[in-house]
Design a protein. Structure first.
Ligand SMILES: [Zn+2]
Length: 59
């Protein structure tokens, strides 16, 4: 019997503040769009933009 190990990919979104450059990695959400505004920074109230969307393999 052949057992296939499935790879699980988790998608992440990296948010970055345009003001203080602080970034935050979080789970990807369906309506996330690259380089779009996604909120306000928790430390300086600047605008948060989506810097990167990527996926990581989970073993
Ligand atoms: Zn900030």
């Amino acid at each position: 019997m052949i057992f296939k190990k499935e790879k699980i990919l988790l998608e992440y979104t990296l948010e970055k503040c345009s003001n203080c450059k602080k970034d935050n990695k979080r789970k990807y959400q369906d309506n996330d769009l690259l380089f779009s505004k996604c909120g306000t920074c928790s430390s300086c109230d600047g605008e948060l933009f989506i810097e990167r969307i990527f996926s990581e393999e989970v073993s």
